[in-house]
Design a protein around this ligand. Structure first.
Ligand SMILES: Cc1cc2nc3c(=O)[nH]c(=O)nc-3n(C[C@H](O)[C@H](O)[C@H](O)COP(=O)(O)OP(=O)(O)OC[C@H]3O[C@@H](n4cnc5c(N)ncnc54)[C@H](O)[C@@H]3O)c2cc1C
Length: 492
């Protein structure tokens, strides 16, 4: 694990597990004045009640009343993407009875570049072998196709995977740790009180066919259109639309891209495009703020044409929304925790989400174990707040810096292009972040130069553009900056 990963840097949990209880696999962190005072957006809905019995045969749910009553799982995880598989793995490895519910059959396709940066690699279960299709050593940056500049690195920057394969492998690891998987199981809602809930320590997970599954704790990892997120009341501050095409190419074209990606700063504020090579296929995509669907589609078409790839028939074209939580968005409600895209946990600037899903999923699984053990609502609330604290102390801090970067990028993509391609420390920072030897948040916190550079960029944006965070896309000044990167960077 990178030393920069702040989610492991918090204080100890308020109440340690009793001796003999399996500890979470890796360092949950804890609160918090919040837990003591109860002041938090993560509000419980259940009230203190008697506990139910536990203990069933290994890997099988126990009954709610200790007798012939309905079966109860310790932890039910909804959604088997990276977040859900990580949560299921973490809870199962702690010896708990875990059920992973997935609506699709696996392996399933997911619209995604499949870029695996250092923090993702650091968050994988032990023994996980990454199914890399390519290893990135060079990045070409361009501004709407112009001013291309390629930066190279002897050491690998990050790797590229096919999501169906990667996700299925993660699920297999969770299963090997003891989690049970049910595919073709669409969850329609969760209930924390009412006739389907046998007692206040139990959550009812209702499937599309009407079946109800019971759990002591639920982890919602059902992606960016999350039903569990809606139950928890996740609040979203940024929604973007990503469009992608998987384009099979002949060997000569594939060879040209091997080990190199392209990042193109796009025409709409905050938009960018990418080419990620994966052997005989290129993943070509663009992302931009939601609400500009036609312009985003046009950007992808122009981008593909400009790259000379329009003649190759895509094997698959798809779109998917990405969503970022607001700072005060809840991460739990009662005995239900949310993680990954379902919680709106995503890097706001790059929209990188796999490492956020893996990291938050692992924490959610670890803390769900404690929620499952909680004897009453007060304890369940305390454990859920511990989870929220761990997320806010780590990924929350990263997201705050990412939002500032997005704000600069939205207003002056050309300046950013100039800095990243023309200033050696900026390129080194990009390389270190993708490799996982540093985080953006850690850099801004501990590196005076990085902090000053961001402050100056922020200030220049305010004084020069006079526009709000909605930005204005590529301007003439951007073009001047991009054409003369050293000069632009020097002016900082
Ligand atoms: C165009 C695009 C490109 C991207 N490229 C990258 C990239 O290169 N690198 C990167 O790090 N991130 C990338 N991301 C972001 C990344 O794909 C997500 O952040 C990541 O997949 C989140 O993982 P997750 O497990 O939270 O959700 P998901 O991967 O979406 O998994 C959610 C799972 O829940 C299941 N599910 C949904 N609803 C239900 C239900 N009701 N009941 C049961 N199961 C359900 C789904 O079938 C799915 O399997 C990209 C996103 C987009 C849109």
């Amino acid at each position: 694990m990178s030393s920069e990963n702040a989610e492991n840097a918090g204080p100890e949990p308020i109440e340690p597990l009793a001796p003999g209880d399996p500890a979470p696999a890796a360092g949950p962190t804890g609160p918090s004045a919040d837990a003591a005072t109860g002041a938090s957006a993560d509000t419980p809905t259940d009230a203190p009640t008697d506990g139910g019995p536990e203990a069933g045969p290994d890997g099988e749910p126990a009954s709610a009343d200790g007798g012939d009553g309905p079966e109860v799982w310790d932890v039910v995880v909804v959604g088997a993407g990276p977040a859900g598989a990580s949560a299921a793995y973490a809870a199962a490895v702690a010896g708990r009875r875990v059920l992973l519910l997935e609506k699709a059959e696996l392996p399933r396709y997911k619209t995604c570049g499949g870029g695996i940066i250092g923090p993702s690699r650091d968050s994988l279960p032990p023994g996980f072998e990454l199914p890399f299709l390519d290893r990135v050593h060079a990045v070409t940056f361009s501004l709407e196709g112009r001013f291309p500049r390629t930066r190279r690195s002897r050491r690998m920057l990050f790797g590229l995977v096919n999501r169906p394969e990667f996700d299925a492998q993660l699920v297999e690891h969770a299963q090997k740790a003891g989690a049970q998987l049910r595919t073709g199981a669409t969850v329609t809602r969760v209930e924390q009180h009412g006739p389907s809930v046998p007692d206040r320590r139990t959550v009812a997970v209702v499937l599309a066919d009407g079946e109800t599954v019971l759990a002591r704790a639920v982890v919602g990892a059902d992606g960016s259109a999350s039903r569990i997120g809606a139950h928890v009341g996740v609040k979203l501050g940024q929604v973007d639309l990503g469009l992608e095409a998987e384009i099979p190419v002949p060997p000569s074209v594939a060879e040209d891209w091997k080990g190199r990606i392209l990042i193109d700063w796009g025409p709409m504020p905050g938009s960018y495009g990418w080419v990620f090579p994966k052997g005989d296929t290129l993943t070509v995509g663009v992302i931009s703020a939601r609400g500009e669907g036609a312009a985003t589609k046009r950007y992808l078409e122009d981008f593909v044409a400009r790259l000379g790839l329009a003649g190759f028939e895509p094997a698959l074209s798809s779109g998917h929304l990405t969503r970022c939580r607001t700072d005060d968005s809840p991460l739990s409600r009662g005995r239900v925790l949310v993680c990954g895209d379902a919680a709106g946990l995503l890097e706001p600037w790059t929209r990188e989400g796999i490492s956020y899903a893996l990291r938050s999923g692992r924490l959610a699984g670890e803390w769900a174990v404690r929620v499952a053990e909680a004897a009453d609502a007060v304890d369940a609330r305390r454990q859920a707040l511990n989870y929220a604290f761990a997320i806010k102390a780590g990924l929350g801090v990263e997201m705050a810096v990412g939002r500032r970067m997005l704000s600069v990028f939205e207003r002056r993509p050309g300046l950013l292009h100039a800095v990243i391609t023309g200033v050696r420390p900026a390129w080194k920072a990009f390389a270190d972040i993708t490799r996982g030897s540093a985080t953006l948040g850690g850099m801004v916190r501990s590196n005076g130069l990085a902090r000053r550079a961001l402050d100056v960029l922020d200030k220049r944006m305010d004084t020069e553009s006079g526009v709000g965070p909605a930005g204005r896309g590529v301007t003439r000044k951007d073009e001047e900056d991009a054409a003369a990167p050293e000069e632009a960077a020097g002016a900082l």
